[in-house]
Design a binder for this molecule. Sequence first.
Ligand SMILES: *Cc1c(COP(=O)(O)O)cnc(C)c1O
Length: 453
Amino acid sequence: MTTKEEWIEKDLKYVWHPDTQMKQYEGNDFKPTLIVRAEGIYLYDIDGNKYIDGVSSWWVNTLGHSHPKLNKVLTRQAETLEHVLLADFTHIPAIELAQKLVQLAGEPFSKVFYSDDGSTAVEVALKMAYQYWYQKGKPEKKYFVSKTESYHGDTLGSVSVGGIDIYKKIFNPLVFETLKVNAPYCYRCPKNKEKDSCATECIENVENLFQNRHKEIAAMIVEPLVQGAAGMRMYPSCYLSKLRTLCDKYDILLIDDEVAMAFGRTGKYFAFEHAGIKPDIFCVAKGITAGYIPLAATITTDKIYNAFYDDFSTLKTFYHGHSFTGNPIACAVAVENLKIMEQENIIEKLQPKIKKLKDCTEKFKTLKHVGDVRQTGMVAAVEMVKDKQIKEPYPFTDRIGHKVFKEAMKNGALLRPIGNVIYFMPPYVIKNEEIEKLTEIAYNAIKIVTEMN
Ligand SMILES: *Cc1c(COP(=O)(O)O)cnc(C)c1O
């Protein structure tokens, strides 16, 4: 039998991990955790220790690990039809899922374009938006507007519209030019307003830009309500409704990147529902298969679709397709996921848990080094600061979040941080007493790391 140590040695020898400085990972700073199985909200390592999956394994798991119904559908689909190309061919899971997504999103959505992950769903949206204007006779509408500190994926197109230095700066010579507007950041509001009473005055920089350059702008792309990778920065829904109004006024498409927030994470199926608006194009991925298999979709309306629909000779085809587009196993699992969400009233049952999460994170505000506690649906975030009075951030190289993460792991909770932000984004099936336990572990870890060292 291969021992744990031997597996870890092989891991270090062969696997290059994502978002990881391998030299540090190799050192004594933090040994990799070898997970061998998972069930419900728990991950189990090779020594039998269990951890609450506080971040839903990178924001994807919604119904818990190893769900009996999803396991069954996955196995059955693998035995029936594991894959077939989606150009000139089709299959029932792809059809069923597309219909379901269109029904859930409501009018005017009508068409679903599949891909494999959030980044590619964004690539598809950007190319679709540009080609739309091109075919409408406006090829000069070629710029995309996005927010500072935005995150839309790691492929070059999605990095182009991104705004976080660590993902982008090195690649600046390679990415295409985009236009940036300042993102709302309620904790450090540039207008000194309070989140609950503001009228999102900070949106004025968007209007200024649109006014000046709308003739060259194809689309605005946004993360709705929560800028995840920026550190779970949250903004009020009226910002989104104002964006919709501005996009309409200046004839700019609105692309809504729901990759992290769709399928209940905000307390509704889609985050745009909170604002009572409909984007022109929206992207979904994380959560679509309840965290089982990569799958993504870019969903749009007949307005966009019809600009591509013509005789072959007009060359208006959307030439984009990945090998695994609309994989049947992934689609079948996604269909089952949405069925469970509906039949078991998952979103309704989430509401008291959202409240519980709020109650449990309230007391973090009293900690000496906690500057902000914020929440949107089933995402709560705690921003740690070196000096609370002046909101002075901890230096990036202090890795304060990472220290809290390590401390929490010792006590059975996976809370992988983003810089100075510790956040809770557990699977929806977490129970109230488990929310208590998860937040308690985090509270103590933050206290130990920030007050006792
Ligand atoms: C994670 C994420 C992406 C990228 O999705 P991947 O599946 O990791 O490629 C894009 N947009 C947002 C908002 C995300 O959170």
